[in-house]
Write a protein that binds this ligand. Sequence first.
Ligand SMILES: NC(=O)c1ccc[n+]([C@@H]2O[C@H](COP(=O)([O-])OP(=O)(O)OC[C@H]3O[C@@H](n4cnc5c(N)ncnc54)[C@H](OP(=O)(O)O)[C@@H]3O)[C@@H](O)[C@H]2O)c1
Length: 279
Amino acid sequence: MVKGLSKMNCFKNKKIGVVGCGNMGGALIKALLSHRMVKSHRLYVYDTVRGKTLPYKKKYGARIVLSFEQLLRRTDILLLAVKPQDIKDLVKGIPKSRFTATLIISILAGTTISYLTKLLGNKAKIVRCMPNLGIVVGYGMTAVCKNRNVSLRDLSIAERIFSCCGMTVRIPEKYINVVTALSGSGPAYYFFLTELLTAEGMSRGIKRTNAEALAQHTALGAARLMQQSKASPKELRKRVTSPGGTTEAAFTVLGSARYKRFFSSAITKAIKRAEKLST
Ligand SMILES: NC(=O)c1ccc[n+]([C@@H]2O[C@H](COP(=O)([O-])OP(=O)(O)OC[C@H]3O[C@@H](n4cnc5c(N)ncnc54)[C@H](OP(=O)(O)O)[C@@H]3O)[C@@H](O)[C@H]2O)c1
């Protein structure tokens, strides 16, 4: 597991390209530049919507290119951040031999290394990553895996990129659908719990702004405690649960086998969906 950001920058002299400057691509560009992981004149950006790349030029001095071919030609490391359905058209007409020299880092959900290999060729160096929305605020969780053409040094380049905006774990690709169900969809589960708590407060007469503050700040506090404490989430939970108290009363429902089965079946559904959407 790569924790946080190391001072060592193993791609200092490399040129990095980002294709697709939407939510995720944009977050990665900002993280790379604000952590000074890459000099702005070594960062190349491309998006079909020019308005999405301009701010990175104006604010940080990143270089805009006008085609994917240019991006591929000019960079050593290429971050694919378009939607999965757009990848086929993006690489259409480009000879496979053109992909051998560049380290390709894909964040395309559900897009397997074998599918990317079909598009980019057997010699392409491909790292597949599954980040989550947390990267937008610097608290992302990203799982990474690679094909056999990628050296461990190249893999650590991908890890450094994503540790600019959170944490990374290495996993075999066979677990990527599980990762998708856990950490990819994961922020939504925590948002949902916050929604439920807010609604419970409101239904008992607390005004919305206060109910939202109670639920959201409790989530933040719990996350910080998990991050900063050496205790496990289970131990932390026990600390809040005094015998005969309110939390214990809530856990007569939440801790039941039925509730755990319910949650497990939700995760199973997400994994099955991820498998179905995989190409
Ligand atoms: N959001 C998440 O939580 C999350 C988590 C894990 C992985 N991902 C993956 O991250 C990738 C990006 O997601 P996102 O939410 O950032 O999507 P997004 O906001 O739609 O960004 C994708 C960008 O790529 C542009 N684009 C489309 N086709 C292009 C082409 N041929 N050449 C250049 N640019 C092109 C899009 O332009 P248009 O708007 O004009 O199409 C858009 O600006 C997806 O593959 C997704 O599966 C997302």
